[in-house]
Design a binder for this molecule. Structure first.
Ligand code: PLP
Length: 389
């Protein structure tokens, strides 16, 4: 589906994946059926989490996670400016105000020290956030231990947007285990680590959160007599307890996601191998390479470098255009969210988050996906050498 010979990211679909989807297609359950539960259980087991709730995409997952955290009008949600817009939009869906915490100049994740400073100020002003969405940028968790301590102290709900990070670990535990975040979100969009075409999941250890997430994904409806306000009715009875959505995953998508789970470790291992090769092959070029945060073992959704523009004759755009002209689908993750016209209308302006803006003017995402061969990767490196020298 990509016009580029070497895209920046790409799914890997094998015969077992295709067979798994076909099997569901011939079964009585096409929409939400038994395969969803198997996919949820497989991911909960893998991540050592108590509960997993599958939904139609990670944007929906973020939305219902925010509602479950109690986010509403008059509340604040904080996130990183260096992310996909969905990490911030979920706050707006709930009618809350969105604000940002600038990034660490080395890991490009939310800066925990800046978060601590901003919280101190917000406490004095009575504007503490109800939810903080912390992104595991490129597949590497932020300083979640420090941020979880802040969550405890200031009483916000910590949501980890781990759309990039299924298969990653942090301080020896799988991302999603719930030791630090109250809820963790994964995405199964084709460019992410594993795919269900479209799909997302929320992981949590709190049963009351899981129950609410399940209800919100399906119209706010329950069929559980214990939860109904009028007990003892027919089997056909259900009640809508609140305003929910149709955010359900289908069993077709779940079958693909579940099948991909069996190759998750293999995918992440290959991504790590390729990232290590880039680190070695690009070491002498005028680039800043990604830095591993201690304790984090990234799933390497993205391999981002920063151009050292003082040592390069070309502009960022020229480098980008030259690589694309050579058939490389390089990309840029991310345009700082607060610079989007929609967020400018909310009052944000250039200069608000200088680290994210500086990063944005230098960043470049290189091709990285499990089926990328050493030979094609060498070609990416050769083009970079030619263009940057
Ligand atoms: C991809 C992505 C999302 C949204 O995922 P969808 O499944 O496409 O809705 C959210 N946050 C981040 C950081 C992402 O990269």
């Amino acid at each position: 589906m990509t016009p580029y010979r070497i895209p920046y990211g790409c799914q890997s679909i094998n015969q077992a994946d295709i067979d798994a989807v076909l099997q569901v297609l011939k079964s009585p359950w096409l929409t939400q059926g038994p395969t969803i539960e198997r996919f949820e259980q497989a991911l909960a087991d893998y991540c050592q989490a108590g509960h997993a709730v599958a939904v139609c995409n990670a944007t929906a997952a973020l939305h219902i996670a925010c509602l479950t955290a109690g986010l509403g009008p008059g509340d604040f949600l904080w996130t990183s400016p260096n992310t996909f817009v969905a990490s911030a939009n979920c706050g707006r869906y709930c009618g809350a105000e969105v604000d940002f915490v600038d990034i660490d100049p080395h890991t490009w994740n939310m800066d925990a020290a800046l978060l601590a400073q901003k919280l101190e100020l917000a406490e004095r002003n009575g504007t503490l956030p109800k939810v903080v969405v912390v992104v595991a940028f490129a597949g590497q968790s932020a300083d979640m231990q420090a941020i979880a301590e802040l969550a405890e102290r200031y009483g916000f709900v910590l949501i980890e947007d781990a759309a990039h990070a299924v298969g990653a670990s942090y301080l020896g535990l799988p991302v999603g285990c719930g030791t630090y975040a109250a809820m963790t979100i994964f995405s199964f969009h084709p460019v992410k680590i594993i795919t269900s075409a479209e799909g997302g999941m929320v992981l949590t250890n709190r049963p009351e959160f899981a129950e609410r997430l399940r209800r919100l994904r399906s119209h706010g409806i329950t069929s559980d007599p214990a939860l109904m306000q009028i007990p003892d009715t027919g089997l056909w009875y259900y009640q809508q307890l609140e305003l929910g959505f149709n955010y359900r995953m289908t069993d077709l998508h779940a079958a693909l996601g579940l099948s991909q789970m069996s190759r998750l470790d293999e995918f992440v291992a290959r991504r790590r191998e390729l990232a290590a090769r880039y680190q070695m092959l690009l070491a002498d070029l005028p680039l800043t390479l990604p830095v591993a945060q201690s304790g984090s073992d990234s799933a390497w959704h993205l391999y981002v470098v920063r151009l050292d523009l003082s040592r390069i004759r070309l502009t960022q755009k020229q480098v980008f255009d030259e690589l694309r002209a050579a058939g490389l689908g390089v990309n840029l993750h991310y345009i700082p969210v607060h610079l989007q016209p929609y967020y400018q209308e909310q009052g944000f302006a250039e200069g608000d988050y200088p680290e994210a803006e500086r990063y944005f003017r230098e960043a470049l995402s290189l091709p990285l996906y499990p089926e990328l061969t050493d030979e094609l990767q060498d070609e990416v490196v050769t083009h970079l050498q030619r263009i940057l020298d």
